[in-house]
Write a protein that binds this ligand. Sequence first.
Ligand code: NDP
Ligand code: GUE
Length: 291
Amino acid sequence: MSKVIDGKAVAAAVLEECRSEVAEMRSNGITPGLAVVLVGSDPASQVYVGSKARTCEDLGIYSRKIELPEETTQEELIKVVEELNADSAIHGILVQSPPPKHIDEEAVIRTIDPRKDVDGFHPENVAKLALEDSSGFVPCTPAGCMRLLKEADVETKGANAVVIGRSMIVGKPMALLLMAKGSDATVTVAHSRSRDLPGICRQADIVIAAVGRPEMVTADWVKDGAVVIDVGINRVDDATKKRGYRLTGDVAYEEVAAKCAAITPVPGGVGPMTIAMLMKNTLKAAKQLSS
Ligand SMILES: NC(=O)C1=CN([C@@H]2O[C@H](COP(=O)(O)OP(=O)(O)OC[C@H]3O[C@@H](n4cnc5c(N)ncnc54)[C@H](OP(=O)(O)O)[C@@H]3O)[C@@H](O)[C@H]2O)C=CC1
Ligand SMILES: Nc1nc(=O)c2c([nH]1)NC[C@@H]1CN(c3ccc(C(=O)N[C@@H](CCC(=O)O)C(=O)O)cc3)C=[N+]21
């Protein structure tokens, strides 16, 4: 028996919280605004960016989509960010990752005003997360995973949590959130150099898979009754689908679902939460900048 954690439903509830907050802010004369910058034309990035803009419009958040050509230089991109920093209609700035290879992503992120850094990627916000200072912005995907654990009534206190992946977008902030006071998990972070990943994973009460390898986590890696959060979004070729591909996570869903206590599906798990938490962060930015 397994319980499916419905990310789409939890995200919808978070978005309803946002909708009433937006209405209240607008009645006080503040319209929250989010700018999403996309360099190049990666098809997956275009899907996410479109979905972010649609969600903003639906909630009454002002959204500006800035699509720049692949050959945009770092200087040009930094100039765009600086203009958004100075623009009082914009409270949140997101530069879609990854940018083309000729752009130094870290330099661009450092240019974003930390008060508008709704991704939580700026060093100042990374430091605030590590310091457990709640005035900063928490990266949307791990924040969404924490909310899913909470909604599914998963006890993190004292639990063994294994995070697979150590990226600055997902794995590392996820580990910080799980170990923070209040969450109180015992956290192991695994990555491509980890020895005996299946053995490490089998110790876990909570598995967070953020790797980018389709169906890597199989049933024999997962302890009976564990909770599995699948962050992976992988496109795999599938001739039976009209788009020519299907989406799959980093977890072999069917076999793992058969033995775990709870699991997030892909799609419909962590992905929708990422967008919902981005809206939350945008409202937080708008409130902090307007007060
Ligand atoms: N649902 C959502 O909203 C989001 C989903 N994603 C998805 O999550 C996944 C991870 O994304 P992201 O963190 O950005 O990816 P990265 O590629 O930045 O990081 C992947 C991590 O996985 C580790 N890794 C790679 N191969 C293995 C392996 N064989 N065994 C163990 N560890 C391995 C890497 O180790 P090392 O550090 O040693 O290289 C790295 O730490 C992707 O599928 C991505 O599409 C990402 C963001 C948001
Ligand atoms: N600066 C930056 N911030 C990000 O937050 C960021 C980024 N760059 N680069 C790429 C990753 C990935 N990401 C996703 C967001 C939503 C879904 C999502 O909504 N997925 C749907 C399916 C979408 C589909 O059909 O393709 C789901 O899982 O149900 C997925 C992935 C945000 N990212």
